[in-house]
Unconditional design. Structure first.
Length: 135
């Protein structure tokens, strides 16, 4: 069983301290609360600069040791893709992966945006990425 905790559980603590506290309790999930004029992170402020706040929150969450399984999986996938590129492999085959809610497993359309976020590394040829179902 995985547990989750809301960041607004401790409204008097600074937000970064709340995130560290949640992590120290071995709670894996975070419910990020956004309440007008009431929460650590307020939507009326965030909407002024969404990209900036996304970066701030991502850094806070990761800095506190809280990370989603999906983020960890994407990082692992990109690392293995980089390994295949450095080995000059002619291709790479992956399994469909875990499903999150009603989302489908891994497909090329789900892989492409993640691969394009790799930054300066040359993109792999997507026609050389195989996705195989479980036998």
């Amino acid at each position: 069983m995985k547990l989750s905790c809301a960041d607004f559980t401790w409204p008097l603590l600074p937000h970064q301290d709340v995130l560290r506290l949640i992590h120290s309790l071995d709670i894996e999930g975070l419910d990020l609360g956004l309440f007008v004029e009431r929460s650590h992170i307020r939507p009326e402020i965030i909407r002024r600069d969404i990209p900036m706040w996304a970066g701030i929150l991502r850094e806070r969450i990761r800095g506190a040791g809280l990370e989603s399984e999906r983020e960890a999986g994407v990082r692992l996938f990109l690392a293995m893709l980089e390994l295949a590129r450095r080995l000059e492999a002619p291709g790479m085959t992956i399994l469909p992966g875990a499903r999150f809610g009603d989302e489908p497993g891994m497909t090329r359309s789900r892989v492409r945006p993640r691969v394009s976020k790799r930054g300066s590394m040359p993109p792999p040829r997507m026609d050389q990425l195989g996705i195989r179902g479980h036998p």
